[in-house]
Design a protein around this ligand. Structure first.
Ligand SMILES: Cc1cc2nc3c(=O)[nH]c(=O)nc-3n(C[C@H](O)[C@H](O)[C@H](O)COP(=O)(O)O)c2cc1C
Length: 335
């Protein structure tokens, strides 16, 4: 409540109301927080909960992770656990540093508790992330590294391979992002033969680190079955479902004017579709599923767990509901 009525209001107004400025300030603040060890430890005792679990061979202190895209350059890995996150997925990182799409590229749809983004993988590149994680030393919680394709890459497979080669020593798992709608051609890597070639090339480069594939909510169930076949054949350790959607269903009329913005929609309107995809994947395969999309309450998270998710991740729900959401899910999971 304090978050929603006070902090969120201040945050949403900061930077003249530019959501990207608010985002940058939040990440910078989390980075500073991560340097104050006694404070992070105290906050972690409040927001976290001891609900450890081992999934795809990795021990997670709690089931709620920070979704990819929040901390693209891994600058606040020590900060996020203070707010109860049991793992952090950094990235998406690409082999080449790149600026992403022109601003503005991030929009809030408050009446729908949603966001539209077309960031386009703005990041400092895989080598910079590797250097940062090396200097940081052991992380307080497992770190997943999300890898994607550089915009300038002519050979997508070689581009992913370069990133994984540079980053494997610092990854507790890799998320192979083939589902962002903001890099032209990226989602085509979910097609059977393209995905097969990509995973065949990445497996030996990951040095035994689990590879997870992150899928789009806009795939048909038939296409998801193809993805699962390839995942099984290539020894993939899990599936992250889902990324943002190109659909514009479920928006509040107050946000209708925003629907025309290009990019991926996240948040509340995505909840039903993400849940359906998690349920489908869990029903069709033995692979552990990380459920993400539209989790804004502990009950939303419970539905994901009931549908078969082993872990969940938050992005837009964290923006609108703040750290109390992480705490509530942790407490629910501890019951
Ligand atoms: C601003 C923004 C940037 C994102 N960047 C990435 C990214 O770089 N890589 C990725 O795999 N997903 C990215 N996502 C997708 C989220 O990780 C998540 O899958 C999606 O937003 C659905 O979850 P949510 O409804 O809790 O936000 C991004 C989402 C947002 C809102």
């Amino acid at each position: 409540m304090v978050y929603q009525h006070v902090l969120r209001r201040a945050l949403f107004r900061s930077g003249g109301g530019d959501p990207e400025v608010a985002h940058e300030r939040t990440v910078a603040a989390m980075s500073r927080l991560g340097r104050v060890r006694p404070l992070t430890a105290a906050l972690r005792r409040f927001y976290g909960a001891s609900t450890p679990r081992t999934v795809f061979g990795v021990r997670f202190p709690g089931p709620v992770g920070l979704a990819a895209g929040v901390d693209k350059n891994g600058v606040a890995v020590r900060g996020w656990p203070a707010f109860g996150f049991g793992f952090v997925e950094v990235g998406t990182v690409t082999w080449h540093a790149q600026p992403g799409n022109p601003r503005p590229r991030l929009y809030r749809l408050p009446a729908s508790e949603a966001v539209i983004n077309r960031m386009g993988f703005n990041n400092l590149g895989a080598a910079a992330l590797a250097e940062r994680l090396r200097r940081m030393g052991p992380a307080p919680v497992p770190v997943g590294i999300s890898v994607g394709r550089s915009k300038v890459a002519t050979d997508a497979v070689a581009d992913y391979v370069s990133s994984v080669r540079a980053l494997w020593p610092y990854a507790d798992y890799f998320a192979v992002n083939v589902s962002s709608p903001n890099t032209p051609g990226l989602r085509g890597l979910q097609d059977r033969s393209a995905l097969d070639s990509l995973l065949a090339a990445l497996s030996p480069e990951a040095h035994g680190r689990p590879l997870l594939v992150k899928i789009a909510p806009d795939l048909s169930f038939e296409a998801i079955e193809d993805v699962l076949d390839v995942c099984h054949a290539r020894g993939v350790a899990g599936v992250i479902a889902t990324n943002t959607t190109l659909a514009r269903d479920g928006l509040s009329p107050a946000d209708a004017g925003m629907a025309a913005q290009d990019g991926g929609l996240s948040g509340r309107p995505l909840a039903g579709r993400s849940l359906a995809v998690v349920s489908f994947v869990a029903g069709r395969s033995e692979l552990p599923v990380v459920g993400v999309g539209g989790i804004h309450t502990a009950e939303d998270a419970q539905r994901m767990f009931d549908a078969g998710a082993a872990l969940v991740q938050l992005y837009t729900g964290f923006i609108y509901r703040g750290p109390a959401l992480v705490r509530r899910i942790n407490r629910l999971a501890a019951r």
